[in-house]
Write a protein that binds this ligand. Structure first.
Ligand code: ATP
Ligand code: MG
Length: 419
């Protein structure tokens, strides 16, 4: 038997309604803020990710699915969505039509160690906003994320964390200071952190190991070393969030794993997910468009992990049944008439499951139960002689005979009113 690749999962029909819910709410809510959907390719030139995400990041160093195509070009499955969107922005000269607001959804690929909430093919919904440089955009984007998550009923378990990563001007001296401090602590840090000191020192702050966290408790904070422009940006962002009544926590240890971020970084974490607790992550990347060869344009974006949202939703959501009517048939005449009656009822907009595999009335009624249909219909020789169908209300347990020709409209009216 051939199975799925490790860290890669089917999304089964019992789960897809939750995924569709996540996507439908994204379409509706992001639309309220002026975002339109973009669909970029699942694979790109490897160079795009190396340049946009950063050659020294875990993603590019260790996690990409990279292959040579038959023409010899090095291609990679996308590990994240921002690089492609920025490529599109530059390729289509979108700087002429600012602001440009897009959202995307779909699979991403990273060769990581699979665990609960961490897969090799996973899915993100994300947004990117190009043009505005000020903290107003940051605040509105966070308001949108929180509105989306609140609309899904998830706000209770969620915390919005914010930080500032400064800009190239203030980060460079801070980085030197941090490296100097980390060198004095090197003996107390884990091996990963030791390796990161020179290459990606900010990432050390983000280490999840208890020992490293304790060691770093008094490490210098970016927030204490922001230049005036970055400090103003951060303080205005907090003022806007206060005005909006959006609770947040300042977390000076939160840094993003990707090189391209500057100034505002944010994350939404959940108390309900264990170790893989980040549901959404994002931040400003004002330098990326220019770095990718475009006309310098500030931008901010975020991405949410759909698997993690589904894990949270699974606990808190019960979805309504997708079947309105189960149609049980007896005998060949019943089956033939049922095929037509089911069509007539669907034409009224209802979802009908027609029994397609024979069986006794008893076994069919069991199937009707399992389908969670509101109504079960029974159609056999007796009913056909009389031009009627038996309609059983599965919630009330009552049944009645309805004329064949009237059944579709009769059922549609009842279903429209609700149980
Ligand atoms: P983490 O700290 O969990 O590794 P990250 O910093 O790598 O996350 P981003 O690259 O910013 O995360 O991606 C945004 C979101 O996508 C994460 O907050 C998470 O919800 C989700 N995500 C990232 N990697 C995975 C994965 N391998 N499997 C499932 N979801 C993921
Ligand atoms: Mg990661």
């Amino acid at each position: 038997m051939i199975q799925t690749v490790r860290g890669v999962h089917d999304i089964l029909p019992v789960e897809t309604p939750l995924w569709q819910l996540l996507e439908a709410r994204a379409l509706a809510i992001f639309g309220q803020y002026g975002f339109a959907e973009i669909r970029t390719p699942l694979f790109e030139k490897t160079e795009l990710f190396a340049r946009a995400v950063g050659a020294a990041t875990d993603i590019v160093e260790k996690e990409m699915y990279t292959f040579a195509d038959r023409g010899g070009d090095s291609l990679s499955l996308r590990p994240e969505g921002t690089a492609s969107v920025v490529r599109t922005f530059v390729q289509q000269s979108m700087h002429r039509q600012l602001p440009w607001k897009v959202w995307y959804r779909g699979p991403m690929f990273r060769y990581e160690r699979p665990q609960k909430g961490r897969q090799r093919q996973f899915h993100q919904i994300g947004c990117e906003l190009f043009g505005p440089a000020g903290p107003l955009a940051d605040a509105e984007l966070m308001a949108m994320v929180m509105r989306y998550l609140t609309d899904l009923g998830l706000q209770a378990s969620l915390v919005l964390e914010i930080n500032s990563l400064g800009c190239p001007d203030c980060r460079a001296p801070y980085r030197d200071l941090l490296i100097a401090t980390l060198r004095t602590l090197v003996a107390h840090l884990c091996e990963d952190c030791q390796n990161r000191i020179e290459r990606n020192p900010l990432r050390v702050l983000d280490c999840k190991r208890e020992n490293c966290r304790a060691t770093l408790a008094n490490a210098p904070s970016m927030l204490d070393h922001l230049c005036a422009g970055c400090a103003n940006h951060f303080s205005s962002l907090k003022t806007h969030l206060n005005h909006l009544g959006i609770p947040y926590r300042v977390n000076p240890f939160m840094v993003r794993g990707l090189d391209y971020y500057n100034r505002t970084a944010f994350e939404v974490t959940s108390t309900g997910l264990g170790a893989q607790n980040a549901v959404a992550a994002g931040g400003r990347y004002d330098g990326l468009v220019a770095q990718m060869g475009g006309t310098s344009t500030p931008a901010i974006g975020f991405a949410m992990g759909m698997e993690r949202l589904v894990l949270l939703l699974n606990r808190e959501t019960t979805l309504p049944s997708s079947t309105d009517v189960f149609l049980a048939t007896l005998g060949e005449r019943g089956e033939n008439a049922g095929l037509l009656l089911a069509e007539a009822i669907r034409k009224e907009g209802l979802a009908v499951e027609l029994n397609l595999s024979g069986g006794s009335l008893k076994s069919q009624m069991k199937r009707a139960d399992r389908s969670k249909a509101r109504f079960a219909l029974m159609l056999g020789d007796t009913e056909i002689e009389k031009n009627v169908v038996i309609v059983k209300d599965m919630t009330l347990g009552q049944q009645q005979e309805i004329r064949w020709s009237e059944a579709p409209v009769f059922l549609a009216n009842l279903c429209r009113v609700g149980p």
